[in-house]
Design a protein around this ligand. Structure first.
Ligand SMILES: C[S@@+](CC[C@H](N)C(=O)[O-])C[C@H]1O[C@@H](n2cnc3c(N)ncnc32)[C@H](O)[C@@H]1O
Length: 198
């Protein structure tokens, strides 16, 4: 099993409920203006319950939702049976199956995912992810800071490191914001919200 997904399969049934309670536009407020408003191709990496994928599909976007944890992906497909969402099992850093399709996307999201990757994986993941962003397209990432939940593998990843990795791949940083957690029970957790354009 990939280390970065440790803990998710075991908790899938409760996470499918918890994630669905979070309104996407509130969660992603600092970067929401970067989401295309005309029907576009969106890639959601580490799509979890499919909450964001479903929101984007309802906006008219065609979404490729990538989720490596079978129990989350299968639960999400049942929650959000939209013809505008295609689900795929694949994993950062290589995203081999996504890249094998030869597509690029107008918006690529990896929210609440990047900090599960270790330093080597983050360095490998950025070129892979950047290659999937269409010219003029956006990349949206978020980084969690604070106590690590039991059973999870997580690193305190800086905005500076992430912005430098992205810059090497031709991604210019447009948003670098720090917010609190939208989940009331996590007062000691903060998030860095990053948005880039290629
Ligand atoms: C905290 S959840 C966030 C889910 C969703 N993006 C959201 O914002 O609600 C992290 C997600 O990333 C997935 N994940 C963890 N490691 C991953 C990896 N190496 N590649 C792709 N997804 C991964 C997990 O299975 C989980 O669904």
């Amino acid at each position: 099993m990939t280390d970065s997904i440790a803990g998710y399969a075991k908790e899938a049934s409760s996470l499918l409920v918890t994630y669905e309670r979070i309104p996407p536009d509130t969660l992603h407020r600092p970067v929401w203006h970067l989401i295309p408003t005309i029907p576009s191709r969106v890639l959601d990496i580490g799509a979890g319950s499919g909450r964001d994928a479903a929101h984007f599909a309802a906006m008219g976007h065609q979404v490729l939702a990538v989720e490596p944890v079978d129990a989350l992906r299968e639960g999400a497909m049942k929650l959000h049976p939209s013809p505008r969402i295609e689900w795929l099992a694949d994993t950062l850093p290589s995203l081999e199956r996504v890249r094998a399709r030869g597509e690029t996307f107008d918006a690529v999201l990896a929210t609440a995912v990047w900090m599960h990757l270790d330093e080597r994986e983050r360095a490998d993941a950025m070129p892979a992810v950047a290659s999937l962003v269409a010219s003029g397209g956006v990349l949206i990432l978020s980084l969690r800071h604070g106590p690590i939940p039991p059973g999870r593998r997580m690193f305190d990843v800086s905005a500076e490191e992430t912005i430098a990795l992205a810059a090497r791949e031709g991604l210019a940083c447009l948003v670098n914001a720090v917010t609190g957690s939208v989940q009331a029970k996590q007062p000691d957790v903060t998030w860095t919200r990053l948005g880039f354009r290629k």
